[in-house]
Design a protein around this ligand. Structure first.
Ligand SMILES: Nc1ncnc2c1ncn2[C@@H]1O[C@H](COP(=O)(O)OP(=O)(O)O)[C@@H](O)[C@H]1O
Ligand SMILES: [Mg+2]
Length: 325
């Protein structure tokens, strides 16, 4: 079998491998994300988990948090109440929200400038002036962070994203437990492995200190010790598959979100206490953001739960689209 070269991004590799299995010719085009796929008279592109059949408008919308928030409001989809602060004078609008708040500069990406847990107006002003650029202020949601994947506007998989943690055995220190966890064969550097190694950085140190712990503490047998407040796979977290637990109302809701955002491949970040009961009706539960090129490795390689061949489902969708041509 033709195998993917080393320097290829993880989701792209899963699609490369699945396509190759199906006899689809794959060619990399000089960057780690883009594949030209060819079958019979047809060709199309794959980039990350996106395909040529994705709406480019949808992709642009997903990249603009403010537009996504307004779409949620328009379609009455659950998300945190928010205001748009364009300039310092608009900060008074924040008074209509309930503290604590989250601030997200609208023109920064990948978490830059996101501040969680802003306690009052004085802090809102302080954080706003630090960046001094248009921002969304929104109320805090609560609970776990889930990643929901819809393909072709249908719910297909859900993963509970657990920030980096270790489980005690009553004998080893947190430092030793981290080293042990990092020896797992799935944990590589950056985005190359299925998981990423846990790095003990300032945030981990600070998180432990705030809880009266150090790297030398010995957690009790079976005790789960979180190492970071938030963070996905890229900071050493892991994903557990919970697809089968999602209730019908939520499956329906996720399809609606995909259609509202015009994205036939979409990763929806949800915060809520559980996906087993309808999110509509849960307090402080809703959409955090949506992603047009969601990572696939957490669904193919969950640390717990059933692996889902979502790359296969993306290629099934491509085939359905080709048949319509
Ligand atoms: N309304 C909210 N309530 C609670 N936590 C939030 C809220 N919005 C964002 N967060 C936290 O901040 C993180 C980053 O926010 P997000 O909107 O996903 O921006 P980005 O992915 O660009 O960093 C989220 O993964 C979540 O942990
Ligand atoms: Mg995010």
């Amino acid at each position: 079998m033709h195998t993917a070269p080393e320097a290829i991004e993880a989701s792209t590799r899963l699609l490369f491998d699945e396509a190759t299995k199906r006899g689809i010719a794959c060619e990399l085009l000089g960057d780690p994300h883009t594949i030209l796929m060819n079958q019979g008279e047809h060709h199309w592109y794959v980039r990350g988990s996106r395909t040529s059949f994705q709406s480019s408008v949808g992709k642009t919308i997903a990249d603009i948090k403010l537009v996504t928030k307004r779409i949620c409001r328009h379609f009455n989809l659950p998300t945190a109440a928010f205001v748009h602060v364009k300039k310092a004078e608009d900060l008074e609008k924040v008074a209509s929200l309930q503290y604590p708040l989250v601030m997200k500069p609208v023109d920064l990406r990948h978490g830059e400038g996101v501040v969680v847990g802003i306690p009052d107006m004085e802090a809102s002003q302080r954080y706003y002036s630090r960046w001094n650029r248009p921002a969304i202020f929104e109320e805090m949601l609560e609970g776990r962070e889930y990643r929901v994947l819809c393909i072709d506007f249908q719910f297909v998989a859900a993963a509970w994203r657990k920030p980096a943690f270790v489980t005690g055995d009553g004998q080893h220190t947190i430092e030793e437990l981290i080293a042990e966890k990092n020896r797992h064969p799935w944990r590589g550097e950056g985005h190359q492995g299925y998981l990423t190694r846990i790095e003990v950085d300032d945030l981990v140190q600070e998180y432990l200190t705030d809880r009266g712990l150090t790297l030398q503490s010995v957690p009790a047998d079976g005790e789960e010790v979180k190492l970071r407040k938030t963070g996905g796979l890229s900071t050493g977290g892991e994903a557990w598959d919970v697809t089968d637990l999602v209730c019908d109302e939520n499956r329906e809701l996720f399809g609606q979100i995909a259609r509202a955002c015009d994205l036939n491949t979409i990763g929806i970040d949800m915060m809520c206490s559980s996906l087993e009961t309808p999110i509509v009706g849960q307090e402080k539960a809703g959409i955090i953001e949506v992603n047009a090129s969601p990572g696939l490795r957490m669904h193919h390689y969950p640390m717990q739960g059933t692996p889902r061949n979502v790359a296969g489902l993306i290629l099934d969708m491509v085939e359905r689209n080709l048949q319509r041509l």
